[in-house]
Ligand binder design. Structure first.
Ligand code: MRU
Length: 372
């Protein structure tokens, strides 16, 4: 997507070929700063400290992490150490493991002297594949928005609620949940987006609002507790969120608070869609209860950052010094609360049957071909 007049992806190989560059998302929306990653430790830090975040982008960054390792030392030991370092950076988004395994499948079988070049090539391909997947999700989601527009008699605008940031910053480009919104806006369908601020890290207020503003998509930031009220009043036509891991039966793990939105949507007959790239499906898990839920530092709950009137960005404490805080980063929305999964191959029911309808190669007894 564009920042100003320039097209950006959220991660790219540097012009000198030896490193990768990212947008430091901890600085947005107050400053647009890019950051060079050169080592496995740089990539691990960027993921852990959330300079990059969002399930697909975490995977892409880890893939480049393996490139850095192979550039310096392409031995089996170096590959294993880099893999082990990167895999533990964040526990919930399955795209991290998926991307590392995709890289491993190519690299482990190659002679050492061919690994570095193959790593750069595979990482670039993974990024391109992510962009294509998200664009296809955008096309399928666009049709849902078009239908909502028709149901409204093509009057007013389609009101969409989203949670966290599942936009181009969370992926390599386009985004998952936001891709249909960009495509609808570009297609001339009037839309308006309710953006959940998404405490504690405020990815909605900081990142989704910045992205949508950059693309001139009408939007309003709301605090996390407003969605239920808006749905009761008929002010939301549909919800679209992303996911960090979806089980083989369609249980959806996403940013904390997603479940409450799904409950409110269910109670008010508001369609609740999840944009789901296939690398985010964990085919090995049947129940959302088995998904590891990241717990982050309580400081993210107790403290909040913002810009003062003079432009300085400061962090302040908002809780009593003596009060403990808990920081669960994700929750699970059971499949029964999900109207549909918007995948790159189409829209399906949130169920094993639905997913297998789109990905029949995943049925038991079927040999799974690698994408590359
Ligand atoms: O903790 P984050 O910011 O990495 O969480 C991101 C989300 O929960 C997104 O909704 C999810 O990764 C989908 S990204 C396309």
């Amino acid at each position: 997507m564009k920042v100003g007049n320039r097209h950006y992806r959220s991660i790219w190989r540097t012009a000198d070929g030896g490193a990768a560059e990212i947008i430091d998302q901890t600085k947005l929306p107050h400053a647009f700063v890019t950051h060079r990653l050169e080592t496995v430790a740089d990539a691990a830090h960027a993921i852990k400290a959330m300079l990059v975040r969002g399930a697909p982008l975490i995977g892409a960054t880890a893939a480049y992490g393996l490139c850095f390792a192979m550039r310096d030392d392409a031995s089996d030991e170096s590959l294993r150490v880099a893999y082990d370092t990167l895999i533990v950076t964040r526990p919930t988004a399955i795209n991290l493991r998926w991307a590392l395994d995709e890289m491993m499948a190519v690299l482990a079988q190659l002679p050492v002297d061919r690994r570095a070049e193959a790593a750069w090539r595979r990482a670039a391909d993974l990024c391109d594949e992510d962009v294509a997947i998200n664009s296809a999700i955008g096309d399928h989601g666009l049709e849902l928005i078009r239908q909502a527009w028709k149901r409204k008699g093509e009057r007013g605008r389609v009101e969409v609620l989203t949670h966290c940031n599942a936009g181009w910053l969370a992926t390599v480009d386009w985004g998952t949940a936001l891709a249909p919104l960009y495509k609808a806006h570009d297609a001339g369908i009037p839309i308006h987006v309710w953006v959940d601020e998404t405490r504690p890290r405020n990815q909605g207020a900081h990142l989704t609002a910045w992205e949508l503003g950059g693309h001139s998509v009408p939007h309003t930031v709301i605090v996390d507790n407003v969605g239920g009220h808006l749905m009761q009043r008929g002010q939301v036509d549909l919800c679209i969120v992303g996911t960090d891991r979806t089980t083989a039966t369609g249980d959806v793990c996403n940013k904390i608070g997603t479940y409450l939105k799904a409950l409110a949507a269910h109670d008010n007959d508001v369609p609740f869609y999840v944009a789901l790239p296939s690398p985010t499906i964990d085919w090995s898990i049947d129940s959302g209860a088995d998904i590891p839920i990241e717990q982050r530092t309580p400081d993210e709950v107790a403290r909040i950052a913002g810009r003062t009137a003079d432009g300085t960005v400061v962090e302040i404490t908002i809780t009593p010094e003596s009060s403990p805080a808990a920081n669960y980063a994700f929750d699970v929305t059971p499949a029964r609360l999900v109207t549909g999964l918007i995948c790159e191959r189409g829209v399906c029911a949130a169920s094993r049957e639905g997913l297998l309808g789109l990905f029949p190669e995943r049925a038991a007894g079927t040999t799974v071909p690698r994408s590359k």
